[in-house]
Design a protein. Structure first.
Length: 325
């Protein structure tokens, strides 16, 4: 039986989807995307450890490397060219405000605002000191937090919680498996790891045995000795010396089923926190605007083990079925 083939036009797509995965900061090991194994993954359920950040808009990438010709002869004429520098930039807007989109769109450290009910607590721009954390019990998973009897009453459905260990004076990159800060000297804040952890999720149900979460904890099941604290919001700061670093994957799906992947093994923010106001409708009492998070990144190089070349981005095209090549 013959196969009907067609000549594929340029891909036509509606939107770009973004996926990010944490770089191991201690070893500088990125997360690599293998198109041979995962090129056809369901876009709503990416392969671990990729985290979906949904659709983005105004996606634009720009090469920042430079090449230079090598000339010889009289008159001088180019014989070949060499690459003087390697670099790339990428920018876009996130269409939602979440912990991860805020962290990725800021050039520095991103933190959880730990909920507090203490009257007269010393005010801090990153949130006042919170009440003591509640220990997670053995048997906790990425979707449920086991708590001691009666401890669940402290929490409520619809509340955000951070789950991580007590801070005990560590320095260097802190937060595992997602680094949230770099400390040069020990601190006195026992809650610091829960302030900077990415292990945050929404509580959907509260029962006598613990909490059921609406989504899995990004860092997985709580480590032994982890504790839980309520979170009222998120805060980041303009300035500081810490830079986020993530592996990124941007996917465009064409109307014929073809896919274009842009895989950046290492991305760091190239600017500070920035928002853009996008008009939606004009009202008599003022215009209605969407406040979108703008993100600009610089790509850092990795060494491809295939041949030892340094690269900043991999572009992959998976043709539609039966398309001529």
């Amino acid at each position: 039986m013959s196969v009907s083939a067609f000549s594929a036009p340029a891909p036509v797509a509606r939107r770009v989807r973004a996926y990010f995965a944490p770089v191991n900061r201690a070893t500088q090991a990125p997360v690599l995307f293998d198109p041979a194994q995962h090129g056809n993954f369901p876009l709503d359920t990416p392969p671990a450890p990729w985290l979906s950040l949904g659709h983005i808009q105004n996606f634009a990438r720009k090469p920042a490397g430079k090449t230079s010709p090598i000339s010889a002869g009289i008159p001088a004429s180019p014989l070949e060219q060499v690459r003087e520098s390697l670099g790339a930039q990428v920018g876009f807007q996130f269409l939602s405000w979440t912990k991860l989109t805020m962290a990725l769109s800021t050039g520095s450290q991103h933190m959880n605002v730990l909920a507090t009910s203490a009257a007269g607590a010393h005010p801090m721009a990153t949130g006042a000191q919170a009440p003591g954390a509640i220990a997670a019990q053995p048997g906790s998973t990425a979707m449920s937090i086991a708590l001691a009897p009666f401890a669940s009453s402290i929490f409520a459905p619809g509340q955000l919680v951070a789950v991580d260990l007590d801070y005990t004076g560590q320095t260097g990159f802190v937060g595992s498996p997602i680094a949230g800060a770099y400390l040069r000297q020990p601190l006195a804040d026992v809650d610091y790891l829960r302030r900077i952890t990415f292990n945050v999720a929404l509580v959907s149900q509260v029962g006598s045995a613990g909490l059921t979460l609406a989504e899995p904890l990004p860092c997985g099941a709580p480590a032994a000795g982890a504790k839980v604290q309520a979170v009222s919001g998120f805060v980041d700061r303009e300035g500081g010396s810490f830079f986020q670093e993530w592996s990124a994957l941007f996917v465009t799906e064409g109307t014929q089923g073809e896919r274009i992947f842009f895989h950046y093994p290492r991305l760091q923010p190239a600017t500070g926190a920035e928002e853009s106001a996008q008009p939606l409708a004009a009202k008599s009492h003022g215009k209605l605007e969407r406040i979108a998070l703008s993100a600009q990144f610089i790509a850092l190089p990795v060494t491809d083990p295939l041949d030892g070349e340094k690269v900043v981005c991999y572009r992959t095209f998976l043709p539609a079925r039966n398309a001529l090549v």
